[in-house]
Design a protein around this ligand. Sequence first.
Ligand SMILES: *[C@@H]1O[C@H](CO)[C@@H](O)[C@H](O)[C@H]1NC(C)=O
Ligand SMILES: *[C@@H]1O[C@H](CO)[C@@H](O)[C@H](O)[C@H]1NC(C)=O
Ligand SMILES: *[C@@H]1O[C@H](CO)[C@@H](O)[C@H](O)[C@H]1NC(C)=O
Ligand SMILES: *[C@@H]1O[C@H](CO)[C@@H](O)[C@H](O)[C@H]1NC(C)=O
Ligand SMILES: *[C@@H]1O[C@H](CO)[C@@H](O)[C@H](O)[C@H]1NC(C)=O
Ligand SMILES: *[C@@H]1O[C@H](CO)[C@@H](O)[C@H](O)[C@H]1NC(C)=O
Length: 422
Amino acid sequence: MQVGHPPIIAIFLLLLGHSMGQLRRTTINRQINGNRTHANVKAEKIVLAAKYFLVDKQSSQTTQVLTNGFNLEYTIRVCIGTPPQCFNLQFDTGSSDLWVPSVKCPSTNVACQEHNKYNSSASSTYVEDGGGFSLEYGTGSLLGFRSRDTVNIDGMVIRNQTFVEAVDEPGSAFVDVIFDGIIGMAFASLSGGITTPFDNIIRQGLVQRPVFSVYLRRDGSSQSGGEVIWGGIDRSIYRGCINYVPVSLPAYWQFTVNSVKVRDILLCNGCQAIADTGTSLIVVPLRAYNAINRALNATDNGEGEAFVDCSNLCKLPNFNLNIGGSTYTLTPKDYIYKLQDNNQTLCLSGFSYLEGNLLWILGDIFLGTVYTVFDVGQERIGFAKLKKNSTYGIYRPTYVREPPSYGIDYSFYGDVYYRYFT
Ligand SMILES: *[C@@H]1O[C@H](CO)[C@@H](O)[C@H](O)[C@H]1NC(C)=O
Ligand SMILES: *[C@@H]1O[C@H](CO)[C@@H](O)[C@H](O)[C@H]1NC(C)=O
Ligand SMILES: *[C@@H]1O[C@H](CO)[C@@H](O)[C@H](O)[C@H]1NC(C)=O
Ligand SMILES: *[C@@H]1O[C@H](CO)[C@@H](O)[C@H](O)[C@H]1NC(C)=O
Ligand SMILES: *[C@@H]1O[C@H](CO)[C@@H](O)[C@H](O)[C@H]1NC(C)=O
Ligand SMILES: *[C@@H]1O[C@H](CO)[C@@H](O)[C@H](O)[C@H]1NC(C)=O
C-alpha cells in the first residue's frame, strides 16, 4: 500500500509545478509619445467610431484628417513568422482582429512606412490565405488581406494563426502611434468567425485555463504599463474577491452594469457596458453624457468633448459603478485629463459621446483602476480591487488638496499629483 504514495505525491507536485509554470506573463508597454492634445482625443474618437460601427459625422463632414493618432497606448510585443518578425501591437479587448502593416503597402502610405512591416517572403512558415479585410473609418478605410503564420507571444508559439496584412491605413490616424498594429482580444464573432489568437492559444493547449487577466498601470513615470497574465489569475495583484458577471453577448467584452451614480443622479440603471483596453476614454450614451456634464459643470465644445474648470478639480464628484453588486469608484484623478492646446492647459472630462452609441464603453480610465479577468471559457468577466501596493496598478497618496498647476504636460491629473509628492 505504502508503495503507491510517493508516485501520487510526485504526480501531485508535478501537476502543481505544471500549473504554476503555465501562468505566463507578458509585460504591457506604455509609452508617452509627446503631449496629449485635443487632436489626439478627436483622432481616438474617429477610430472608436469605426470600431463600434458608428459613423463619426464630425469627421466625415470636415476635411480634417486623423492627425496625431493617440499618444498614450498600451502595447505588447508579438512576433510573426520564422524567423520571427516582431511588432509592437496595441492590446485591444475591444476588437478581434490581429493586423500588422505589410511590406506590400505602397510607399505613399506613411503610417505603414513608418512602422515595422511583415514580409511573408522572409518567413518559412507563411501560408497564403487570400481572404480580404477592410475596416471603414469616417475618412477612409483600413484595407488588407489575410495571411497565416506562426505567432509568438512571449514564448507561446501559436501555429497557423490567421492575421491581416494591412496595405492601406486611413488618413494619418496611425502615423504617429507607437504601435505597429493591433491584437484584438475580444470574441471571434467580431472577426467574422476567424479564429482569434487567444482561441488558438486555448485550442493548441498553450494555457491551462481559457482565461487571461490584465492590470494597467496609470502612473505617468513608468513605461511599464502593466501585465497580461495568460491562463490564470495572480492572487498577489488583487485584494478581496473577484466579482464575476456574465458576458451578455460574446462579441465585445460586454456585460451589464447595474447602476452608475454621480452625486445622487442615476446615470444608468441596468445598462450594457464594454471593457475596452483600446481606448483611454469612457464613451457614454447622449443622455448620460449631458447629465454628467451638468454634474461636473462641464462645457461641451459641440463635438462631444467636455471641459471643466481646471481650478476646481478637487470639488468634482466621484462616480460609483455598481457591477454585480460591488461598487467601483472613479475619482476626478481617474477621469480628468489635462491637455495642451496652443500653450493653454485644458481639463477634459474623460466621459465622451459618440453619435448613435448606446453603450458604456469603459476604457483605460476604468480598467486602470481594477484587475480584470477575461474568462473566455465561462464567458464571464471578473473585476477585483487592486492591492494598495505601489507595485501594481495605481498607487495614490491620500488626496488632501488641489494639485499644483505647474508645467503639466502629457500626464493624467492623478499622475502629476503622484509625482509631486514622490
Ligand atoms: C510638451 O509640453 C511641454 C509644456 O508645454 C513642453 O515643454 C514640451 O516640450 C512638450 N513636449 C513635446 C514632446 O511636445
Ligand atoms: C522580403 O524578404 C525577402 C526574402 O528575405 C527579401 O528578398 C525582400 O527584399 C524582402 N522585402 C522587403 C520589402 O524587405
Ligand atoms: C490552418 O487554419 C485554417 C483556417 O483556420 C484551416 O482551414 C486549416 O485547416 C489550418 N491548417 C492546419 C494545418 O491546421
Ligand atoms: C506589493 O506586492 C507584491 C506582490 O505581492 C510584493 O512582491 C511587493 O513587495 C509589494 N510591495 C509593497 C511596497 O508592499
Ligand atoms: C459653472 O461653470 C461656469 C462657467 O465655467 C461658472 O461661471 C460657474 O460659476 C460654475 N458653477 C458652479 C456651480 O461651479
Ligand atoms: C506659445 O507661447 C510662446 C511663448 O509665450 C509663444 O512664443 C508662442 O507663439 C505661443 N504659441 C501659440 C500657438 O500660441
